[in-house]
Design a protein around this ligand. Structure first.
Ligand code: HEM
Length: 338
């Protein structure tokens, strides 16, 4: 397979989210793990840049495609959360599908988790973001382990990482046979983290959410993937959208006693109540590089009242890392224009 490999395949599969020497003290907040190790968002962004540095691009999920659409919430969603994204009238959505890693030319036909980020822009009130993957579990549950994973390059290092981090086993098992989707539209996307919904009466409920594809889940065989071009996912979606919109149903999985609310490596096992929250309709693409979504920081903790982040330290850590990457890429783009 003629792949433009910048970060070894194994690393691209392992970390799905991966910035320089920013010395803003606000971003250098140290996060303590149970092992007492310390890592800052700056360390992580620096490592992402060490894996491949591309001026003006996101330090992770550098390759992507901007899309536009609407979201309509259900009555059941409004009973669970007061968030303005669940309004009965259509809410504007600016989204972005992406490949992980720092390479803006990463080959669409290589197996790797895909990203889907959205900004909901209700006509009234604050905006909210969601930033998801098409895998249901994350690889690690501490920023320190995430930094270690970003440094993993060889099969021997992978083996050593797995031995040191048994919590990553479910993720490795899941991605073992994870192929290349036929389209960005033929996969489900998952919140991975738990979030707290609060309704108008103040009732709280922790949930994880999924976006279930109405196009179904369809993957290519290895040979079919080899025959595809490096940009086929963007091209395929553009062609599909010429024929009509693509849609996803958003569902909440309601947390039960015993479910981890802070560990994205742990599956919620057994029967769970699911609630239909709404329908997403993606209507058109709007390119990459100069369109609306490139000026968005899809920080998943930017949420309007009614949905709040859990205490998952990976989730909390994402805000400063995204802010550093966003600040760097936007200022680099501005410099390019001067
Ligand atoms: C410690 C863990 C993580 C770190 C440090 C991290 C870091 C980053 C960074 C720096 C970016 C680029 C942001 C920008 O320039 O706007 C990014 C993008 C992204 N990340 Fe993460 N990430 C982490 C975990 C996750 C997880 C758990 C998910 C999914 C649930 C995820 C999904 C995404 C997606 C979809 C994008 C692309 C957003 C866009 O299109 O702008 N990341 N990540």
């Amino acid at each position: 397979m003629n792949l433009i490999v910048e970060v070894p395949m194994v690393s691209r599969l392992l970390f799905s989210c991966s910035i320089g020497l920013l010395s803003f003290s606000v971003f250098a907040t140290e996060v303590k793990s149970s092992s007492d190790a310390k890592v800052s968002p700056v360390d992580i962004v620096n490592q992402m840049e060490a894996n491949g540095s591309h001026t003006g691009f996101r330090r992770n999920h550098a390759k992507g495609l901007c899309v536009e659409g609407i979201f309509k919430g259900t009555k059941e969603a409004r009973e669970l959360s007061s968030s303005n994204i669940f309004s009965a009238s259509a809410v504007e959505v600016i989204g972005r599908f992406s490949n992980p890693g720092p390479n803006p030319n990463s080959p669409d036909n290589a197996p790797m988790p895909r990203g889907f980020a959205m900004q909901f822009r209700p006509s009234k009130g604050a905006s909210s973001n969601m930033s998801m993957l098409d895998v249901p579990l994350f690889s690690v549950n501490t920023p320190e382990a995430f930094l270690e994973l970003l440094k993993v390059k060889t099969p021997e290092q992978v083996a050593a990482f797995k031995e040191k981090h048994p919590e990553s086993a479910p993720f490795f098992a899941f991605i073992k046979d994870f192929g290349v989707p036929q389209s960005y539209a033929t996969v489900d996307y998952h919140s991975l983290h738990a979030f707290k919904f609060t309704n108008k009466k103040g009732k709280e409920q922790f949930v994880r959410w999924n976006f279930i594809s109405d196009q179904g889940n369809h993957f290519l065989t290895v040979d079919q993937a080899k025959a595809k071009s490096a940009d086929f996912l963007s091209k395929t979606l553009e062609e599909e959208l010429k024929k009509g919109p693509v849609t996803w149903k958003m569902e909440a999985i309601l947390a039960k006693d015993g479910d981890s609310l802070t560990d994205p490596t742990v599956e919620w096992k057994g029967e769970h109540k699911k609630v239909q929250l709404g329908m997403l309709t993606i209507k058109k693409t709007s390119g990459n590089g100069s369109s609306n979504c490139d000026l968005i920081n899809y920080d998943p903790n930017n949420l309007a009242e009614g949905i709040a982040p859990s205490d998952d330290q990976i989730l909390r850590f994402r805000s400063p890392a995204y802010a550093i990457s966003f600040g760097k890429r936007v200022s680099e783009q501005a410099q390019k224009k001067q």
